[in-house]
Write a protein that binds this ligand. Structure first.
Ligand SMILES: Cc1cc2nc3c(=O)[nH]c(=O)nc-3n(C[C@H](O)[C@H](O)[C@H](O)COP(=O)(O)OP(=O)(O)OC[C@H]3O[C@@H](n4cnc5c(N)ncnc54)[C@H](O)[C@@H]3O)c2cc1C
Length: 433
């Protein structure tokens, strides 16, 4: 630590960690060093990941450099490997791979929630998660590769399998991803001489009685009808027992044949948090209303990884970015208050509403007491997220992407990352001329 400075260490460079660091830097004098540890050097705007999968957004445009966003904050791109709360230290992976430690005066844990594919048997081996930029970009590439393979497939059965996708989970993420994939495959089909649109199968499977449970029944029914009219196969009240190499096995013995299986269900406990010795509530760190960990006045937690009570309605905050950001702003105010010897305040947030894209330039949502569906909801969804982009440059890039998508066919380039050495290994080395 720099002599004479006090330090706040923030673990996590997602919505919660970045919002906390930004607000803290504005509030605290430079005698307080703020250090953010994150596994990536960017903030990923997860609500836009389904559009990356559907190839209507450039993957680079949904991430932002944390360094550029956090002027005056020290950013370290490396995982934190543990906490020694008794001696106020975190452990992290140093550049040479060894474990190093750093002292903190206050620790803020904002490490998010990992996906747990194993919630369904076989999903760890055969399923695609949708959580990170890497997941979305790899899935997009895989879907385009499946189209290319289908063009070459000789048997109709093989072609059907290659063109079949099954998405497990009829919540917001599942519906948005399934809708984006259907749009991508249907829009791409005319460019392939041997693919007919009716050969494309996208299945959406939901265990509950209806998709989009947090929305009103009417809006969910609208979404269901629209998706089915476009050709999606939706099953509700269905138990998925296992994923295998050929698709999904359902309770009762039925099988859905699909070469691509995506899981949009199931969070696990973050290993860092599981090993921290902190009290957990349903896999999230237990905190009081001010986001302080009981028994540790210098440890705070927020975002998806913490069970943060919301004083607005005495509920536990949902795992949503629209809660993680405001939590970060409140936590910064609380830290400033505690440092100045004042009491911290409870987190209170009124949800602004919920929107879900359902494909083909349609969405459903409820906000400010209004229920809205179809193209106007699609416009509203895009306007809301566009307003949240952190820089004018990204606003412009994203606006161009969306405008491009309205006017031109979506990009079906399979991004090849094959390097010369790999090409040579696969196809042979060139000979001397
Ligand atoms: C596909 C998808 C769509 C979504 N759509 C919406 C939506 O429409 N609206 C909405 O409000 N929310 C949406 N969400 C949820 C939203 O993304 C999360 O609620 C939000 O990201 C939570 O923020 P967070 O900072 O707590 O966690 P995250 O954003 O997950 O960030 C966690 C950070 O911690 C870092 N980290 C983890 N472990 C370590 C470690 N050991 N050391 C250092 N750093 C570590 C990670 O690298 C990451 O930077 C969506 C999520 C997904 C996956």
């Amino acid at each position: 630590m720099t002599a004479g400075l006090s330090r706040i260490v923030i673990v996590g460079g997602g919505f919660a960690g970045v919002a906390t660091a930004r607000a803290l830097r504005r509030r605290l004098p430079s005698s307080w060093e703020i250090v953010v540890y994150s596994r990536e050097n960017h903030l990923c705007f997860s609500p836009l990941l389904p559009e990356v999968v559907g190839s209507s957004l450039n993957p680079m445009h949904v991430v932002w450099s944390i360094r550029e966003m956090l002027k005056g904050v020290i950013c370290r791109t490396t995982p934190v490997t543990g906490f020694d709360l008794d001696v106020q230290q975190i452990r992290y992976r140093a550049e040479d791979g060894t474990e190093a430690s750093e002292h903190y005066d206050h620790l803020v844990i904002a490490a998010g929630l990992p996906v747990r594919l194993e919630i369904i048997e076989g999903m760890g081996d055969y399923g695609w998660p949708i959580k990170t930029l890497g997941d979305a970009a790899a899935l997009r590439n895989h879907l385009i590769a499946q189209l290319e393979r289908s063009e070459l497939a000789e048997s109709p059965e093989r072609k059907r399998a290659l063109l079949s996708v099954a998405v497990v989970g009829g919540g917001f993420t599942g519906v948005e991803v399934a809708a984006a994939i259907l749009d991508l495959l249907l829009d791409a089909a005319p460019f392939y001489s041997r693919i007919r649109p009716e050969e494309i199968q996208v299945h959406l499977l939901e265990g509950g009685p209806r998709i989009l449970a947090p929305l009103t029944e009417k809006l969910a029914a609208f979404a269901h009808r629209k998706l089915e009219a476009r050709g999606m196969h939706i099953q509700t009240g269905v138990g998925v027992e296992a994923a295998d190499a050929g698709g999904l096995r359902l309770a009762g013995g039925a099988h859905i044949d699909a070469s691509t299986v995506i899981s949009a269900v199931g969070n696990g406990v973050h290993p860092l948090i599981a090993n921290s010795g902190l009290a957990l509530s349903r896999g999230r760190i237990q905190v009081n209303g001010a986001m302080q960990v009981e028994g540790h006045a210098d440890v705070w937690a927020l975002g998806d990884c913490a069970a943060v009570p919301n004083a607005e309605d005495d509920s536990i905050s949902p795992t949503l970015a629209q809660f993680a950001g405001p939590q970060g702003q409140q936590l910064a105010k609380n830290l400033e208050a505690v440092i100045a010897g004042r009491s911290p305040q409870a987190f209170r947030h009124h949800s602004r509403g919920l929107f879900c894209l359902i494909g083909h330039r349609n969405a459903v949502g409820q906000a400010f007491g209004l229920r809205i569906a179809g193209f106007p909801a699609w416009v509203m969804w895009h306007a809301i997220y566009w307003a949240k982009m952190p820089s004018a440059a990204r606003k412009l890039q994203i606006a161009v992407d969306w405008l491009w998508d309205l006017c031109f066919p979506r990009d079906i380039v399979e991004l090849s990352m094959e390097q010369t050495r790999e090409l040579e290994a696969r196809h042979g080395k060139p000979t001397a001329s």
